[in-house]
Design a protein around this ligand. Structure first.
Ligand code: ADP
Length: 432
């Protein structure tokens, strides 16, 4: 499913990039072509007006009177004309613009000896007669843009410019845009694939976590439900008997119901926390005082288990949610009492450490091997599954404790080694 989503995202990236490239490429091409054409057209217009000015000087001796000169050249081949045909250009005619004069479809003056082979002169003359402006024509070897005008005596004057350079520039531009675009597209597709992977991986992780959470939760509920069912069936088989006679079954049902209630409560807390729907109502409170009270409440339970419970709590103000912080301390104290064998000792401390406040719960229990230190904060993780379940644990206490610590801007960590007890420390920001 994620593979397909990743490919789809990549395809979208590529499509969007191609569309952007096409728009930018087309804009660049159109603008540059227009600029080139404007420049060519302006040079042709300037040339034509230069030619016209040359024509008004109707002095046949003027080197700028093209028709007369060219014709007299033709008539007097041996005329010792000291002007080369190329020189007889009207003034201001730039070097890349040429002019020719034609009569009845034939070139009669071509001072720059431009290779007009294959150019349909008659069409040019017809166009000029119809008042057309620019015509792009192709010869055998070149393409030209030509501006034509009827001249005197049935002749036509044309100024033109080869389009080879312009065509070459446009071809190069298309090539650069094409190759650059293709390279950009390839890079963007590879980048898009990588980016899609990065974008999707947290979603994938959280979905997997969610799936595991649901499957673990169902698994956790299966055992108590099975126990309740089995004991219930036993009770139904002895309908004539009193509750006292079946006290074991009734108690087992009550214990499992308690366990399920705790489990469902913890599940709900975490599910709401995941959704960000769990409200934290902060107030200024003395963590030392709150923890002392809690230890007093847990004392009977510790005594019943034969575990010594001591509290060394200094006054330490924090800004936090009273109920949640009590829940956090209870998880740690409850675990310490639960996992410490009779005769052991649990010490709860609250003290200020600079601007922070530390809550530590130490016990003389079995301890936790380093490889479990991180994992015990994962949902449903237990070092000894059967023992933890027997003790009524849900495997959600420490994940909830970590969430509460973090939502208060604090951290929680464990320091322990097998056989040397465990110390859980919660470090919270102190109130100023
Ligand atoms: P549980 O409800 O099973 O206690 P927790 O999330 O509170 O779940 O704890 C996870 C696991 O961490 C426990 O199952 C236990 O194996 C281990 N653990 C927690 N506290 C202690 C402790 N004080 N001493 C030894 N092991 C502990």
């Amino acid at each position: 499913m994620f593979k397909r989503a990743r490919l789809q995202l990549t395809a979208w990236y590529a499509c969007v990039f191609t569309a952007i490239l096409l728009v930018i490429g087309t804009l660049a091409y159109v603008t540059i072509r227009r600029d080139l054409d404007d420049e060519i057209n302006a040079s042709l217009e300037a040339a034509m007006s230069g030619v016209e000015q040359g024509l008004v000087q109707l002095d046949p001796r003027s080197p700028f009177f093209p028709f007369a000169r060219e014709r007299s050249d033709d008539e007097h081949d041996d005329d010792s004309d000291d002007h080369e045909p190329g020189d007889r250009q009207p003034p201001g005619l730039s070097s890349d613009v040429f002019y020719v004069t034609t009569l009845n479809g034939k070139v009669i003056a071509n001072p720059r000896r431009v290779d007009l082979e294959g150019v349909d002169i008659e069409t040019l003359e017809e166009g000029a007669a119809d008042g057309e402006k620019y015509t792009d024509v192709s010869g055998e070897h070149h393409r030209f843009r030509i501006l034509s005008q009827p001249g005197p005596e049935g002749m036509y004057v044309h100024v033109g410019r080869a389009l080879d350079a312009r065509d070459r520039q446009l071809r190069t531009l298309v090539m650069v845009l094409g190759v650059g675009g293709l390279a950009g597209l390839t890079l963007s597709t590879v980048g898009g694939f990588w980016l899609a992977g990065r974008t999707l991986s947290p979603i994938k992780r959280s979905l997997e976590m969610q799936r595991r959470f649901v499957s673990d939760a169902s698994h956790e509920l299966r055992t108590p439900i099975a126990t309740v069912k089995a004991n219930n069936e036993l009770l139904l088989r002895h309908q004539g008997q009193t509750v006292e006679e079946n006290l074991d079954q009734v108690e087992a049902i009550a214990t499992e119901a308690d366990h399920m209630a705790r489990l469902v409560g913890d599940l709900l807390t975490l599910a709401r926390a995941d959704e960000g729907r769990l409200e934290i109502e902060k107030e200024r409170l003395d963590l030392g005082e709150m923890v002392s009270e809690l230890v007093r409440d847990v004392q009977p339970l510790a005594e019943a288990r034969g575990v010594g419970l001591a509290c060394e709590a200094a006054a330490a103000l924090v800004d936090g949610d009273r109920a949640r912080l009590r829940q956090l301390a209870l998880v740690l104290v409850d675990n310490a009492v639960k996992y410490t064998p009779p005769g052991g000792k649990v010490t709860v401390r609250v003290r200020r450490a600079g601007r922070k406040v530390d809550l530590t719960v130490s016990d003389t229990g079995p301890g936790i091997a380093p490889e479990h230190h991180e994992r015990i904060f994962e949902r449903f993780y237990r070092v000894d599954t059967s023992r933890a379940r027997r003790d009524g644990g849900t495997g959600l206490g420490l994940p909830i404790a970590r969430w509460i610590a973090e939502v208060h801007g604090g951290q929680i960590h464990v320091d322990s080694a097998p056989g040397r007890g465990a110390t859980f420390t919660v470090r919270l920001p102190g109130a100023p």
